[in-house]
Design a protein around this ligand. Structure first.
Ligand code: GLY
Length: 396
């Protein structure tokens, strides 16, 4: 829980409004959607694995957490272009989500929200597809029954990926899984799901946000979910560091929870972790893979930047026009998005398959270091769509 007063160390970086020319965003969106189309045409509709290897994606079945974001890329591209090709690809993938439910493929997992929100919930929100809505609601029933701890009031990190580290844990990532519970609670009137999502978010704020507004990646509860023990990491630099993508799941997850609940505790928590991030951005505005690093040669994680842009943009939609935070977040988000367009897209001297490069998936595990990743592609496209259509309604 944040107890210190968090302030911005470098207000001069964000004082002046920073505009990205609209033509530049349109050009970036065209390049990204053209690339996505070429990818689908070249490789059929196979699902790319989480991150690339030597900048090439390996393709498999719909069986992992990032698959939902691959389908989501096509929904975003459809909304960006109106081109039915993208809608057809997204729709052609929907049956594979029913298969995941029926055959329990990756369903005993904390990341079920990442799977079903940008795929099936998006299909329902964009096209009114009742079948997709039914898939998402079926998934959430299973998810609530298997992954929510009533005693701990949090979404449990799955045993599948627990490794040998023990304990019952929750993690920053699940701030982006909670929206599936919020959404289902809202569309069905199931208050239990809505409350679970809100409680999970409050538990995260209580235990995973540190005093200085940095974040743990995981928090362990042992011997049971009602007994908090300590924070620790999986993908970060150390148990005491602040893993940038984990932090960005908070920069986006908290505004989503605020949009559903209006709970001011969440807006304040979001402000604090945003200031921490802004105090740890390098000169060029592209986060290092962990906020332990603010300069030097460590790899970047541009996906943390793209996710944060979406989160800041989402919060800005709910702040009054004359609010100082809105001006600050807008300047920061604009600078961060422009930095990704300038440094992580276009010609970097090698071919890369994804829509943005310089993503680091899991450095301690030596996976996807300075590569492309499906979630990086998804949140970059979502950021572009948010800028080109300020009325866009989030899938989350
Ligand atoms: N959900 C895992 C990640 O952010 O890599």
């Amino acid at each position: 829980m944040v107890t210190q007063k968090i302030t911005l160390n470098n207000p001069e970086r964000f004082e002046a409004p920073h505009e990205i020319p609209r033509e530049k965003i349109e050009k970036a969106a065209k390049a990204a959607t053209d690339k996505l189309k070429a990818m689908a045409e070249a490789h059929g509709y196979g699902f790319p694995r989480t991150s690339s290897k030597d900048y090439k994606y390996n393709r498999l079945e719909n069986d992992n957490w990032e698959c939902g974001m691959y389908t989501g890329c096509f929904w975003l591209a459809y909304e960006l272009t109106g081109d039915k090709f993208f809608r057809e690809v997204a729709e052609s993938q929907l049956a594979s989500y029913k298969r995941r439910i029926d055959e329990k493929i990756g369903m005993d997992d904390h990341d079920v929200g990442f799977v079903f929100t940008p795929s099936c919930v998006a299909a329902y929100k964009i096209t009114g597809n009742e079948t997709a809505k039914a898939y998402a609601l079926e998934a959430v029933d299973y998810y609530f029954g298997t992954s929510y701890s009533h005693k701990g009031k949090f979404i449990i990190r799955s045993h599948r990926s627990r490794g040998n580290t023990g304990g019952c844990r929750t993690m920053m990532d699940s701030l982006m899984n909670a929206p599936l519970l919020f959404w289902s609670g809202k569309v069905t009137g199931n208050e239990e799901y809505f409350k679970a999502a809100h409680d999970h978010t409050l538990t995260t704020v209580k235990y995973l946000l540190r005093d200085d507004a940095s974040t743990f990646h995981h928090y362990m509860f042992e011997p049971g979910p009602e007994t908090p023990v300590r924070g620790l990491t999986l993908q970060g630099n150390s148990d005491d560091s602040c893993w940038s993508r984990g932090h960005s799941w908070g920069i986006y997850g908290l505004p989503i929870a605020y949009s559903y609940t209006g709970d001011e505790v969440l807006r304040e928590a979001h402000r604090n972790i945003t200031l921490f991030m802004l105090n740890h951005l390098p000169e060029d505005m592209i986060p290092y893979w962990d906020y332990d690093f603010v300069d030097g040669d460590e790899p970047r994680d541009s996906s943390a930047g793209a996710i944060s842009v979406c989160g800041l943009n989402e919060m800005c939609k709910m702040l009054p026009d004359d609010s100082a935070d809105k001006a600050l977040y807008t300047s920061a988000a604009n600078q961060m998005l422009e930095a990704i367009i300038d440094n992580c897209t276009g010609d970097i001297g090698v071919d890369y398959e994804g829509l943005i490069c310089h993503v680091t998936h899991a450095k301690p595990q030596k996976q996807g270091i300075d590569e492309c990743a499906v979630y990086g592609d998804y949140f970059y496209l979502e950021a572009l769509l948010r800028y080109l259509n300020p009325e866009w309604k989030k899938y989350w």
